[in-house]
Design a protein around this ligand. Structure first.
Ligand code: ZN
Length: 647
């Protein structure tokens, strides 16, 4: 057994009379208690919280197999409790015999509180531990959901379930063994994003454990770069990977770890799991379509999914014998997280921000700034330069809307390169909001690539969005799209794709949104190649353009270049379209917000380490932080390994 008798005794002493524990198992970080009489426990369900709080562990109660109804009878009760209309027709209700749990997928959004109530009733009446997932609001435009169903399919595959259970049990034994030695050193290895933007990857090593935080790639004009020394990592020694959010520069190399034999857990939030799958499968498919060999295949992407352990914000979870992990809202994109590591029973605490926004956006709340303890803050510095102060949001929105109005009135088209997730949804929201408020005439917005697929994830998890937007979704309104949005379901055959693109670029004035956000490949180039030479059109950048990408070169004034697109092959471009950079939409904190964060974060860290920034910006920010707040600030390079404890 993975837990000591003391733990069992605590649980038994706290349980209501009539509820007996017949077995305990560790599934990864979760202690699973098998009980008789789930209905008695549900009458006093608040006890579960008290037990988890007392033990400071993740706890799940399941009914022993003999205390569960047979599946048919259980299904009947579930339909009765939830309502037939409210259950998704395609996925509906899925029983997982190995785990004694049942997954219920809803057809429309439902508030957390209501979900909890249904879960309680179902558990009490059927003995199956329910997991209810909210659905999407009905939309005037049919959103693609293929990948979302695919993720569920992977997780409900019976062979996978067995493998996943073995993995979790093995992991449980590893996490809950006693530490062999006290923590006598903590090292940080910067495998990527040290004085550069891209390939985020940070190695944390204690005497007992090894963790990797993010594992991304760095997009370049010719090749993508991987984290440094990734292939030298001893994968058997790696206890876990923590993912802050689903952007390629933080996740793209994850499947690569599995290709080379990693079989351990990957921690992230629930929305990140779906987004990650959408982005990574798209990455593999685009590479194949463009005739390149992707660094891994779809089966390795699936490996990532079934090794995923999802965590809610602010839950504390044991992930190794000497490290506890909590995720906090980072405000950067839906499901994005700040990582808090609590090492050696409070000895040393690290916060790694990933990408974060400490300010107002339309969709999200600002990043969390309160922690119980904090010694080292590892912070991004993308906009750390002295001049990187973004204009107020209202101003940026006004500029965007005016640009669209002017271009469209002039008979032109607006092309907005976007990443599949993050800014794209923010921009869709702004345009939709303006059209609804009649601040702008109805203009067609073509959306290509995975933008709509990732949009579905936004409406599935309203609790991860800010109050205003989540309320709309709960009321059944889709805040992002209306009938002016036209999804472009990318044609598979080349001639069809050409026709599709020509239809749009030769059609009426419109807005076109497509990935990649930095013009370094992706479907956006198909449009760009046709729109670039007409001065009536406008190219609008709304996000950060990394060094060496075509987006950055254009911002730097380059107008003549050769482009390779799927539909046209190699083409010489002589750009005449307008270029606008509207900085205020960024999901990153600007210089002022970064400084504010250092000032306000509680408690104040002893040390700061800046990553994810170009050298001049990161160094400039470090100097300002030291001068103003007197906190030692390091700016490591990619490849550096630093001992941070003992100090
Ligand atoms: Zn990001």
């Amino acid at each position: 057994m993975c837990v000591k008798d003391e733990v069992k005794n605590v649980v038994v002493s706290m349980l209501p009379r009539g509820v007996s524990v017949v077995g305990i198992e560790c599934e990864g970080p979760t202690l699973v208690m098998y009980i008789q009489n789930p209905s008695t426990l549900m009458e006093q369900s608040s006890i579960i919280r008290s037990i988890a709080k007392t033990l400071r562990k993740r706890i799940v109660f399941r009914a022993a197999p003999e205390a569960r109804l047979d599946e048919e009878a259980a299904r009947k009760i579930i339909y009765e409790v939830v309502g037939e209309e409210a259950i998704d027709r395609k996925d509906g209700v899925r029983f997982s015999r190995r785990f004694g749990e049942v997954y219920i997928y809803l057809s429309s959004p439902l508030k957390e509180r209501e979900i909890k109530r249904l879960e309680k009733e179902i558990f009490a009446r059927t003995g199956w531990k329910p997991n209810i997932e909210s659905g999407m609001p009905r939309s005037k435009v049919r959103l693609p959901t293929h990948e979302i169903y695919a993720v569920r399919q992977i997780l409900h595959n019976e062979g996978v379930e067995e493998e996943r259970r073995n993995m979790l049990q093995q992991l449980g034994r590893r996490i809950y063994r006693d530490p062999i030695m006290p923590v006598n050193s903590i090292q940080i290895g910067v495998l990527g994003a040290g004085q550069e933007v891209g390939r985020s990857s940070i190695l944390v090593r204690t005497s007992e454990s090894t963790l990797l935080l993010d594992c991304g790639l760095k997009p370049g004009s010719s090749t993508d770069e991987f984290p440094m020394g990734l292939h030298q990592l001893d994968l058997d020694e790696l206890d876990g990977v923590v993912v802050t959010h689903a952007h390629m520069d933080h996740i793209a190399c994850l499947p690569y770890l599995f290709k080379y034999g990693y079989r351990g857990p990957v921690y992230m939030t629930e929305p990140t799991k779906y987004l990650l799958y959408i982005l990574l499968t798209d990455y593999v498919e685009i590479a194949r379509r463009e005739g390149r060999v992707p660094p891994y295949g779809l089966s390795e992407v699936e490996e990532v999914i079934y090794h995923t352990i999802t965590l809610d914000y602010e839950d504390t979870t044991d992930i190794t014998p000497d490290i506890k992990l909590s995720l906090y809202d980072a405000g950067h994109e839906i499901g994005s997280a700040l990582v808090h590591l609590h090492v050696g029973n409070g000895l040393y605490n690290i916060v790694y921000t990933g990408d974060f926004k400490y300010g107002y956006t339309r969709l999200l709340s600002p990043a969390n700034d309160r922690f119980r303890r904090l010694e080292l803050l590892i912070m991004e510095s993308t906009y750390g330069g002295k001049d990187d102060v973004q204009p107020p949001r209202e101003e940026s929105e006004a500029v965007l809307l005016q640009t669209i109005r002017d271009t469209v009135e002039n008979g032109g088209k607006v092309l907005i390169p976007v990443f599949s997730t993050g800014r794209a949804q923010e921009i869709l929201y702004v345009i939709n909001h303006a059209i609804r408020q009649r601040l702008m005439p109805k203009v067609k917005v073509y959306v290509d690539g995975m933008v709509l697929e990732t949009l579905s994830v936004h409406t599935m998890f309203p609790q991860y969005l800010n109050r205003e937007v989540s309320e709309m979704i709960y009321e059944g309104v889709d805040p992002f799209i209306d009938d002016h949005v036209v999804p472009v379901d990318r044609a598979k055959r080349l001639e069809e794709r050409m026709e599709q693109v020509m239809g749009i670029v030769q059609g009426e004035p419109s807005v076109i949104m497509a990935p990649h956000g930095m013009l370094n490949g992706g479907p956006v180039l198909d449009y760009f190649a046709h729109l670039a030479e007409d001065p009536k059109n406008t190219l609008v950048f709304v996000s950060y353009q990394a060094e060496n990408t075509l987006g950055r070169r254009i911002l730097n004034g380059e107008r003549d270049f050769t482009l390779r697109t799927l539909t046209l092959g190699e083409t010489k471009i002589s750009m005449a379209m307008n270029v606008r950079y509207i900085p205020g939409f960024s999901g990153h904190s600007d210089r002022r917000e970064l400084m504010n964060y250092v000032r306000r974060v509680e408690p104040r860290p002893q040390k700061i380490m800046l990553v994810h920034g170009e050298p001049s910006k990161a160094i400039g920010l470090a100097v300002s932080i030291e001068l103003k707040y007197h906190v030692t600030t390091l700016v490591p390079k990619t490849g550096d390994h630093l001992r941070i404890y003992p100090p």
